[in-house]
Design a protein around this ligand. Sequence first.
Ligand SMILES: *Cc1c(COP(=O)(O)O)cnc(C)c1O
Length: 353
Amino acid sequence: MSFAKNWIRKDIQSLNAYHVPEPIECLKLDAMESPFSPNQDFEKEFLQHLSKVDINRYPEPSAREVIKSLRSLMNIDENHGVLLGNGSDELIQLIALACNEGDTILSFSPSFVMYEMIAKFSRLNYIDSPLIDFDIDLENTLQLIKETQPKLIFIAYPNNPTGNLFDKNKIKAIIESTDALVVIDEAYYAYSRDSFLDDLSNYENILLLRTVSKIGFAGARLGLMIGASELIEEFNKIRLPYNINSLTQSAATFLLEKKEYLLEKAKEIIKERERVYQYLLNRSEVDVYPSDANFLLLKVADANHLFQFLIDNNILIKNLSNAKNLDNFLRVTIGYENENDAFMRALDQYYGE
Ligand SMILES: *Cc1c(COP(=O)(O)O)cnc(C)c1O
């Protein structure tokens, strides 16, 4: 047996690594990135600002300026605490780290895959409540909560990969039914009609996660946790020091201040999403689902075939066919107008106009 096989935890050996395709030269509509790059739109000023970073020094430990910019961008009340992570993925892991051995995490399927992966890394139990028509099955979920007494519940709102908002009253019923910490993951808040930000003060057992990854800063790796100060202070104890590096801090304090610009770009994406949605609705070969995010979920007769056709035409979207209960589903991220046009033209070609 090799050293690695001998040394590494058996349950880790049996995991599949989170698969990210190697970048290829193509139109990238697979990863919910924003097509807009704020640093290019403000290039000169941005570079000047970045050049002031003292890269030989450790970053500002609590990234106060970044938190200030995020509070202003997202209208976060001063009463709520904010904690930053190296992407919201890091915060999901941090929350899992705070659980006891043997605790259970509950989420839904299909939903964001990192909840289950992080539960496994952290040696926690994981269960999911299958969605019905992409909404929460409340009866089954409450039953599961009763049976398994989860410590943590992750709810993506809007959900990934389905793109919809769950029924808010069902989420409230879940929050009220449990002693678990309910984490509302609002990665797509910028494209969504609704949020739990205004409900934060009404419950002591909820926490919000957001990220700037989907609004033009995926490369910066910056996520945030919003919640009661007492809870945030506890989580802050297990955050690794300096988890937000100086370049990210500097970039964020400059670019997140461009509030009007960022809101404008989000609006453009929403407008484009509606345009692509209408196109797909009119395509009888494709089922498309309403979305509050910057992507659309589609179902076709042969997803693998269409996916490959798009690749051959230099368009990369996400093939979900291998995921549980998502046979023949595909997910396309909304890009620039001309990119969305290219995607729609390719479908015209594939199916005939
Ligand atoms: C993309 C995504 C995240 C991860 O965000 P990062 O800040 O890039 O780590 C978290 N939750 C959901 C539901 C997502 O879709």
